[in-house]
Design a binder for this molecule. Structure first.
Ligand code: KIV
Length: 284
């Protein structure tokens, strides 16, 4: 089985991930449960993020802001039970790293109870001290700058970042501050491809793009956008590789129809009882 083959590989560590800078592109995807994590491993991805996109994609929330540490721990545990080879990261959700004490406590929960090998947090220079505090205590951190969904109330929505000088400088400064603080990689979300290229050239750590063009050291996408399971128009940067919503709807409609018309279940789905047992049953 492909999964067993993948599972015999040594797990990719955060330092192994970092060492891939400039080599073959790092391929990352989100996953929130065991079956999809296993399929991502079978497909050969390098990194699986149990992201706070869990909220809108799986938990029925409108935004990432509603996701809690308990949510990430619960789903991360499912993912880490299912895979061996990829680096599994857990998102520190909204306000779970407002202070260093919070960050240490909550990151330790993701590692200890969720089984993740690294955490991701959003922000640049303003949270560099948090990254420094986590990494100096042995918790690898992936940073995330550009469009940061946990800040949408302040930034005014899911809009591209770094398009003017001030915004582009904020992306550069944020990424550099996170690198200096010890982050092993940085996500660049919804920033112009040319900006992402120069940041990628200047940083020693890998850049992982989502809506940041082809010249990053790797890419990450939200699983439900790739598979047509997001139930909303896909973001500009996403490509739908499959229509699992359509396939699932068709399968469930066929199941409903076959039950309704009596063609399912048929004899092949049933079990035989020993001869004579029915005749000797008592309903007294
Ligand atoms: O939560 C998430 O899915 C993310 C990715 C978009 C990078 O943070």
């Amino acid at each position: 089985m492909a999964h067993e083959a993948a599972s015999s590989e040594a797990p990719l560590t955060a330092s192994g991930f970092r060492a891939r800078k400039g080599a073959a592109p790092l391929v990352c995807v989100t996953a929130y449960d065991a079956p999809f994590a296993r399929l991502a491993e079978e497909a050969g991805v390098d990194g699986i993020l149990v992201g706070d996109s869990l909220g809108p994609n799986v938990l029925g929330h409108t935004r990432e802001l509603h996701v809690t540490v308990d949510d990430i721990v619960h789903h991360a545990a499912a993912v880490t039970r299912a895979v061996t080879a990829p680096l599994v990261l857990g998102d520190l959700p909204f306000m779970s790293y407002a202070t260093l004490d919070d960050a240490l406590h909550n990151a330790a929960r993701l590692v200890r109870d969720g089984g993740v090998a690294a955490v991701k947090l959003e922000g640049g220079a303003e949270v560099a001290a948090i990254t420094e505090g986590l990494t100096s205590r042995g918790i690898p951190v992936m940073a995330h700058v550009g469009l940061t969904p946990q800040s949408v109330l302040a930034t005014g929505g899911y809009v591209a970042q770094g398009v003017n000088l001030e915004g582009a400088q904020r992306v550069v400064d944020g990424a550099r501050a996170q690198e200096a603080a010890g982050a092993f990689a940085v996500v660049l979300e919804a920033v112009p491809a040319r900006l992402a290229s120069v940041v990628t050239e200047r940083l020693a750590i890998p850049t992982i793009g989502i809506g940041a063009g082809p010249n990053c050291d790797g890419q990450i996408q939200v699983l439900h956008d790739l598979l047509g399971l997001a139930f909303r128009p896909p973001p500009r940067h996403a490509h739908r590789y499959a229509d699992l919503a359509g396939a699932t709807r068709d399968a469930l409609t066929q199941y409903r129809d076959e039950v309704a018309e009596g063609s399912f279940p048929s004899a092949e789905h049933g079990f035989k009882i020993r001869r004579g047992v029915i005749d000797r049953l008592s309903f007294d």
